[in-house]
Ligand binder design. Structure first.
Ligand code: SAM
Length: 277
């Protein structure tokens, strides 16, 4: 893996799975978790690569409702932080952007690289930690994460890192779990219910390694006021904030949240930010 803040981007065939001695524990855990889970994400990756209109999050909210991507990205250099199977990168490349995707899991990147070839697109896909991206300061106009760095990286590390990577007035958009889901998830790891199982104040790391149901992975989230304070401290201005509601016709369980729950409470949030000039 390329070194922290190295100024030289690595070649995109970098398949070194070795750890740097100072790799944080959550990055090591999440790498092995995602390498194991990658096969489960191939089918949804293929579907999303083939989608004509982007759809977002676990409820598949259409881009025509959310407007998270500029229609014309042909003058933009974009980065996806935690790109997984790479479909968000593909959607940006189809809008004309020059795209870099970074992911911590070689197995996820194998799918992303295969689909890039199959769909005849040009993406630069690199293996690494989105908390320490091997690109120079101010390399990108647009940064995005859908359930990548957005939930698997420590906000105190990746938010300042993306600020470093963006040019002045560049955009960061990220989508992940709403903090309410973290406190409504029972300690067993069962699906969200209608009780508050954990404190809201002080929320930061959610370690799922020892839960009974679907153990593994370390996630992060903050209270709304802590996110806002972090953005202000870092130099990111808030442009928009969405709390996503599940569509009325979805009742099933998706990733430990039922449609019925997410019709009453927000299970996902989207932050849209701009680097100060
Ligand atoms: C749910 S996927 C999100 C990507 C894409 N939207 C998808 O659904 O396929 C989560 C991805 O975040 C990646 N990830 C986790 N920690 C990361 C880190 N520190 N740096 C870069 N990527 C990371 C995982 O390897 C995984 O591929």
């Amino acid at each position: 893996m390329a070194g922290k803040h190295s100024k030289t981007p690595p070649p995109d065939d970098n398949d070194d799975n070795s750890e740097l001695p100072d790799t944080p524990e959550h990055v090591r855990e999440n790498r092995s978790y995602w390498d194991k889970r990658a096969p489960d994400w191939v089918a949804s990756g293929e579907r999303n690569w083939a989608a004509l209109e982007p759809i977002w999050g676990i409820w598949g909210i259409p881009e025509s409702q959310l407007h998270l991507l500029p229609a014309d990205m042909s003058t933009l250099k974009a980065i996806e932080l935690g790109c997984g199977t790479g479909y968000v990168s593909a959607w940006m490349a189809r809008r004309g952007a020059e795209v870099v995707g970074i992911d911590n899991s070689l197995e996820q990147l194998k799918t992303a690289k295969r689909l890039t070839k199959k769909h005849a697109l040009q993406l630069t896909l690199i293996h690494g930690n989105a908390e320490a991206v091997p690109y120079p300061d101010e390399s990108f106009d647009f940064a995005i994460s859908e359930y990548g760095a957005a939930i698997w990286c420590d906000p105190e590390l990746w938010i300042p890192e993306v600020h470093r990577l963006l040019r002045p007035r560049g955009t960061l958009t990220f989508l992940g779990n709403h903090p309410l889901t973290a406190i409504c998830t029972p300690p067993s790891g069962a699906s969200c219910d209608e009780r508050l199982h954990a404190p809201y104040f002080g929320m930061h790391k959610q370690d799922w390694r020892n839960v009974e149901i679907d153990p593994g992975g370390i996630e992060f989230n903050l209270t709304i006021s802590d996110w806002l304070r972090l953005f202000r401290r870092t130099g990111l201005e808030l442009m928009d904030y969405h709390e996503l509601q599940a569509p009325a016709d979805i009742s099933e369980l998706r990733f430990a949240v039922s449609g019925a729950w997410a019709q009453r409470w927000p299970s996902e949030q989207v932050w849209v930010l701009r680097k100060s000039a």
